[in-house]
Design a protein around this ligand. Structure first.
Ligand code: ADP
Length: 606
């Protein structure tokens, strides 16, 4: 006996049960023999075409039957050619073939018409049961699928809700990668943002269940250092395969060859990410906001060659689309918040400035009005010496007023930090500029200024502005020091790379080219500046908190103006060191040039 089933989904024939000479083939139950209709054309023809049972007599009286039906008689159930009777009962549901039941017997005319009728009825019942079982299985599977779809829709919905409600960019991105990884059960998900110059993709958030990158997960570690670590993972974009693929595709995969190609064009952080996360196949989804690329979502499971199913891709594309506008909204919100905070800070500064300025203006003004009314009232009685004293007082108060007004006008004229200042650059000898500033100041101050400046240092800068910077630094050194404090100015030639690391502008150091610069340091033995105030003093209108409570005049504009001028001349100015009660060192550097031909070191530079 042989029971054969046909599966119309897979279009395969399965022999599932066989008995040969009374012995059951047990292996079939576990492992049915699989065939195709093409390799069993006769079986296919008989079950498909013959409507009724096939009954054959195989003995010597009908020898042609054996050769004609050989395909049916040999196979899984052994060789049935010795049988006398062969019976094949097709199992059909309407016109659809479900299978067949074949029986052989060593007797001639083994099956009577009544027996065949009973067998046919039995086969029909089996057929209906098999079909029912299949139907049940199918509806169970579609139910299961519907449930899965429902579950993934719910996950997606909650993911969408989460990312649409977060307004903090880095928190939003972390939630985004986390939810995406959970949605498709991926072990790693990274969001890369396109840099503003569109040259590279910079990692902003990583979700990783392998634990390798867990220590730089933003949601668990809000330390700025960790953010910097993530941002070191950079992939090249402009001109790389990524740029072309992003242009044409809604999603694409990177295989290990492409990953290696990218790694070769990447910096260290990118190389570590690409080589050490064992990428075999990584799904890349460009995240676009109104056609404009915001970044790329990269999803993969280490060591896995996974291809995502269409419904998974659909969900990922939907969530990425939603994330793009959420990211843009959050970025806008942060910008507005920053602008608002800046506005508030400026407002506070303005209030403080009004207090400072009115105090600064009132002091010389009251000196002027006081001394002039004294002059008026006592005009008949005062000596020429007293007149000279009052006039000097009025003169210096007027000078203070005029300095203050000119500083305020100058700072206002400078405009925004990114505004380019108009300067008149030319060769200037550092020593001469420093000597002029020191001479001008020494009339008004009690401290002694000592210069240690190499006389062959020439700078390409604006002579007037350089003198103004030097005067300002020296004036501060004197203002904030005791009368017996020493003020020392040093000036030496060096190269950019020799300067303190945090002051070097590395973009100016090309391969094999290290520009010559002059380093100027103004050292005093004054009151110093508290660590809290050290960064703030370079801002407009900011005075160290200590200076606000002393009678020392100032507007908080000097260092701001100096820094702007030095930067406009291609250098930098910074507070090198300041110890409260011991003194401060302000330093700046400017680019050096060779002494101009024909100029001796003693020449006046202008
Ligand atoms: P100001 O007109 O107030 O001197 P600056 O911009 O020149 O404005 O300086 C800002 C603040 O920095 C000063 O108010 C003072 O508190 C501090 N400062 C500047 N130079 C020195 C210095 N050499 N020693 C101590 N404090 C200083």
């Amino acid at each position: 006996m042989l029971l054969t089933l046909y599966d119309r989904d897979t279009k395969k024939i399965y022999d599932v049960f066989a008995i040969d000479s009374g012995k059951r083939n047990d292996i079939l139950l576990e492992q049915p023999v699989v065939d195709t209709p093409e390799s069993r054309p006769l079986w296919w023809h008989v079950t498909q075409e013959e409507k009724r049972t096939l009954l054959l007599t195989l003995d010597s009286q009908e020898p042609e039957n054996y050769s004609k039906y050989e395909e049916l008689l040999k196979g899984t159930w052994g060789d049935q050619s010795r049988a006398e009777t062969f019976l094949l009962l097709p199992m059909k549901m309407f016109t659809r073939v479900v299978g067949s039941l074949c029986l052989t017997s060593s007797h001639t005319d083994a099956y009577s018409p009544e027996e065949i009728l009973i067998l046919e009825t039995m086969v029909q019942i089996i057929t209906v049961s098999i079909e029912n079982a299949k139907l049940y299985d199918r509806s169970r599977q579609s139910l299961l699928k519907a449930k899965q779809r429902e579950e993934s829709l719910a996950t997606m919905n909650s993911a969408l809700q989460v990312i649409s409600t977060v307004l903090h960019v880095s928190e939003l991105l972390q939630k985004f990668v986390e939810n995406v990884a959970n949605l498709v059960q991926a072990e790693m998900c990274t969001f890369f943002q396109l840099s503003t110059d569109e040259q590279e993709l910079v990692a902003q958030a990583i979700y990783d269940t392998t634990g390798q990158w867990r220590n730089i997960n933003r949601s668990t570690n809000k330390d700025e250092k960790h953010d910097e670590l993530i941002e070191m993972i950079r992939l090249p974009f402009k001109g790389s395969i990524l740029e072309h693929l992003v242009e044409d595709e809604t999603f694409f995969y990177l295989d290990s060859t492409m990953v290696e190609e990218l790694a070769q064009a990447s910096e260290e952080g990118g190389v570590i990410f690409l080589r050490e996360t064992h990428i075999q196949k990584m799904l890349m989804i460009p995240v676009r906001y109104q056609m404009e690329i915001v970044g790329i979502l990269a999803i993969h499971t280490p060591h896995s060659n996974r291809t995502f199913r269409p419904e998974e891709l659909g969900a990922l594309l939907a969530i990425s689309g939603q994330a793009a506008s959420a990211i843009r909204n959050a970025q806008l919100f942060e910008q507005i918040q920053e602008a608002y905070a800046e506005l508030q800070r400026m407002d506070k500064l303005k209030d403080e400035f009004i207090v400072t300025a009115s105090h600064e203006l009132r002091t010389p003004l009251s000196a002027i009005s006081g001394y002039s009314s004294l002059l008026k009232r006592q005009s008949g009685r005062i000596t020429p010496q007293q007149i000279l004293r009052f006039a000097t007082k009025i003169g210096s108060a007027t000078q203070q007023l005029s300095d203050l007004v000119s500083n305020m006008t100058e700072a206002a004229k400078m405009g925004a930090l990114d505004k380019k200042l108009e300067l008149q650059l030319g060769p200037v000898q550092l020593l001469t500029a420093a000597e002029m500033a020191a001479t001008m100041l020494s009339i008004n101050i009690e401290q002694k200024i000592t210069l240690h400046i190499e006389d062959d240092i020439w700078l390409q800068c604006d002579a007037m502005r350089l003198r103004q910077v030097m005067t300002n630094l020296l004036d501060n050194a004197a203002k904030y020091s005791p009368p017996d404090g020493r003020i020392i100015v040093t000036g030496s030639a060096t190269t950019l790379s020799q300067l303190p690391e945090d002051q070097v502008d590395y973009t100016q150091i090309a391969e094999g080219f290290d520009p010559s610069v002059a380093l100027v340091r103004v050292c005093d033995e004054g009151e110093g500046i508290s660590p809290d105030d050290q960064q703030k003093i370079f801002e407009k209108f900011v005075r160290a908190s200590r200076s606000l409570t002393t009678p020392i005049r100032g507007s908080g504009l000097g260092l701001y103006i100096c820094r702007r001028y030095i930067e406009a001349m291609g250098g930098r100015l910074w507070l090198e060191q300041s110890i409260p009660g011991e003194g401060s060192v302000f330093s700046f550097y400017l680019p050096c040039i060779d002494p101009p031909i024909g100029k001796s070191v003693d020449d006046e530079p202008e």
